[in-house]
Design a protein around this ligand. Structure first.
Ligand SMILES: *Cc1c(COP(=O)(O)O)cnc(C)c1O
Length: 333
């Protein structure tokens, strides 16, 4: 099937802006740096999950489901946008949020995305990490026993179907880049559950575009993430009946910026978030884009990206989580 033949439920504000970051570019003295503003997709404060949910929700509706069931960390942006999608379509939303991040400040437990999940009417549950999978199964069985029809969305909405949202996003980007006469040499994106990275890679490959995609891991290692992204990308290409092979060296995941773990702050993340806020008035987030920007800054400073390159930083959202990390930013000036 072709991309246009897959049912899609419009949820996001598209196209998102493509902007240059002139002061960051000048400050780093290297390549021109642009940003794709997927923090502005709408759907309860933006983020990359809105594009994936357009395809996932269409599937849920086609199957006659009445409840969206998903999972993620306590401050999951994916959970928040799923709750918003459910509210908008009159579906119920069940969120199973294992405590995968060892932070227990009052803001982390109540503010940011959790505040918004509750406001959006979702049902929340916070099992211990070791019982996450069991809690999802139990919840699904309870829903079915209660006569509901749950549609399960895995972490981050990173199924091949969800990743189609980023194949479509690449078309959107190319249209904007053509109009602005920009030819990107690199795309920098955070890599979590991998669907965003895979969708972008599949989209570029199908367009025959050679831009290098640098996935900056926000959890796990390169050895774990690269096969994950490769498999997902291949599955996306299959969904689209695309026979172009995926060269092994096109899957690049850099795991040097994760720090002590998923959702845990690093000095480089704090520096990157603060720098971009003060140079560009642009808000990043502590879990994903802050670490991805730390990776981009390092690549420029180490000479890995040169002055003739044109870099696209894909801002995937996450800014509501800033409020959950307020004590970490308050300690930093
Ligand atoms: C989920 C998320 C990501 C990671 O996207 P994946 O498709 O899961 O790799 C990046 N940034 C933000 C803000 C997110 O919420």
């Amino acid at each position: 099937m072709k991309l246009a033949e897959y049912p899609r439920t419009p949820l996001a504000h598209l196209p998102t802006p493509l902007e240059i970051l002139p002061r960051l570019t000048a400050f780093l003295g290297g390549p021109r740096i642009y940003v794709k503003r997927d923090d502005q997709t709408g759907l309860a404060m933006g983020g990359n999950k809105a594009r994936k949910l357009e395809y996932l929700v269409a599937d849920a509706l086609a199957l006659g489901c009445d409840t969206l069931l998903t999972t993620g960390g306590p401050q999951s942006n994916h959970a928040r946008q799923t709750a918003a999608a459910a509210a908008r379509l009159g579906l119920s939303c069940e969120l199973v949020l294992p405590r995968v991040v060892p932070i227990s400040t009052p803001e982390y437990e109540r503010s940011g995305n959790i505040l918004l999940d509750r406001l959006l009417g979702a049902n929340l549950e916070f099992p211990p990490v070791t019982q996450g999978a069991a809690a999802i199964d139990t919840r699904r069985e309870q829903l079915i026993a209660a006569g509901k029809r749950p549609y399960f969305i895995p972490t981050g909405g990173s199924t091949p179907l969800g990743a189609l949202g980023y194949v479509r996003a690449v078309d959107e980007l190319f249209e904007q880049a053509r109009a602005e006469r920009i030819d990107f040499s690199h795309v920098v994106v955070p890599t979590g559950s991998g669907g965003t990275h895979a969708g972008i890679l599949a989209g570029l490959l199908m367009a025959g575009h050679s831009a290098e995609v640098h996935g900056i891991a926000v959890s796990g290692t390169q050895r774990e993430k690269a096969p994950l992204v490769r498999n997902l990308t291949e599955q996306v290409l299959q969904l689209l009946d695309e026979t172009t092979p995926l060269p092994v060296d096109r899957v690049r995941v850099d795991d040097r910026f994760v720090g002590p773990g998923y959702g845990l702050p690093t000095p480089a993340m704090l520096d990157a978030v603060t720098l971009v806020a003060r140079l560009e008035g642009l808000l990043l987030d502590p879990v994903y884009t802050g670490k991805a920007m730390a990776g981009l800054i390092h690549s420029v400073r180490s000479g890995q990206l040169s002055a003739t390159d044109r870099i696209l930083f894909w801002h995937t959202g996450g800014t509501p989580a800033l409020f959950a990390y307020q004590d970490i930013f308050a300690r930093f000036d």
